[in-house]
Design a protein around this ligand. Structure first.
Ligand SMILES: NC(=O)c1ccc[n+]([C@@H]2O[C@H](COP(=O)([O-])OP(=O)(O)OC[C@H]3O[C@@H](n4cnc5c(N)ncnc54)[C@H](OP(=O)(O)O)[C@@H]3O)[C@@H](O)[C@H]2O)c1
Length: 303
């Protein structure tokens, strides 16, 4: 029986996933959020596939530890760039540093993200989840676009989430200053904004040889939510985490999406792990999406 589009994730999460034997030797991959969970497993899979990595991380100690582990285990080049994606100026500095380090980027994976049960605000006044999950990845991608185009064929992968289905996006209150915040809706809003900008950017990238796709990395056991209070963490430990899978599946799926040769010109898609899926209807509203894209340009100082 075919499930309705909105419920396909229930089928896809347990379905057989695709894999690739393609090598990433000679490819330069920039990845954020690789100090933990999904991003860390993706970094390991890429290093195993012989990619050269540039990890962008806020936790310098963890980042250098992982750099050593990956270099020792897989004999690949791993560079570290330190940046806190709550601070947009850090994002700008990280992009500039990367451009001074490497003239090419074959793959950009935006994975840094968080879920917060309470609204908190960045030093620049943005709601933190909206800033890290959407604005920072949006700005980072825009700043690296020229290098990605110069390196074409190249790929951008946004680590999004089925959580976009919680929506919560209000174009008049993107930073949650007028409404009651809930963790699910705040998270849903950030992931919806990110998805909407994937469709916009995809249109702009036609003919450049740069692709952009988004994916849900599975329901996996990571550190996400560890910034929240003890009640949430206890609930998560007892009720949620036992149901989650090993993030190794996320790393493998990410590797497939960025390495598989037959996906070289596939763009503007949403995947559940490696399986293409139709996102929630609200995230496909292109009129609103154009507004979100435009406001994101303004909020990140690009326009
Ligand atoms: N886990 C799941 O089931 C699931 C499901 C759907 C989508 N996702 C998405 O997968 C991505 C990775 O999440 P995860 O589950 O792997 O969680 P995680 O274990 O908490 O990893 C999150 C990563 O993002 C980094 N990060 C968070 N805030 C940052 C900031 N201000 N500046 C720079 N880096 C920052 C973290 O760095 P630190 O090590 O310094 O904290 C860490 O490397 C997120 O985008 C999340 O929304 C996860």
């Amino acid at each position: 029986m075919k499930l309705p589009d909105e419920l396909m994730f229930l089928q896809n999460k347990n379905a057989q996933q695709k894999e690739t034997q393609a090598s990433m030797k000679g490819k330069v991959c920039v990845i954020t959020g690789a100090t933990s969970g999904v991003g860390l497993e993706a970094a390991k899979a890429l290093a195993k596939g012989q990619a050269s990595l540039i990890m962008v991380a806020r936790n310098a100690y963890r980042a250098y530890e992982i750099q050593k582990e990956l270099m020792d285990t897989y004999s690949v080049s791993v560079e570290v760039v330190i940046a806190d994606f709550r601070i947009l100026d850090d994002v700008r500095k990280a992009a500039a540093q990367i451009q001074s380090m490497s003239s090419r980027i074959d793959v950009l994976i935006n994975c840094a993200g968080l879920h917060s049960t309470k609204a908190t605000y960045t030093p620049e006044g943005h709601e933190t989840v909206f800033c890290v999950n959407h604005l920072a990845s949006f700005l980072f991608t825009q700043l690296l676009l020229k290098t990605l185009k110069d390196s074409a064929p190249s790929r951008i992968l946004q680590i999004n989430s089925e959580g976009h289905r919680f929506n919560g996006l209000d174009i008049h209150d993107l930073d949650w200053k007028k409404r009651h915040y809930t963790g699910l809706r705040g998270y849903g809003a950030s992931k919806t904004a990110q998805l909407m900008c994937v469709w916009e950017l995809n249109d702009q990238l036609i003919g450049t040889g740069v692709t952009i796709n988004a994916m849900h990395p599975g329901d996996v056991k990571t550190n996400i939510g560890s910034n929240n209070g003890w009640l949430y963490r206890m609930f998560s430990k007892l009720m949620i985490k036992p149901l989650l899978r090993d993030p190794v599946i996320s790393g493998k799926a990410i590797y497939y999406l960025v390495a598989e040769p037959t996906l070289q010109s596939t763009s503007g898609k949403f995947y559940h792990l490696t399986l293409e899926e139709i996102p929630a209807k609200h995230a496909l509203n292109r009129t609103l999406g154009q507004e979100v894209y435009d406001i994101s340009l303004k909020l990140t100082g690009l326009k």
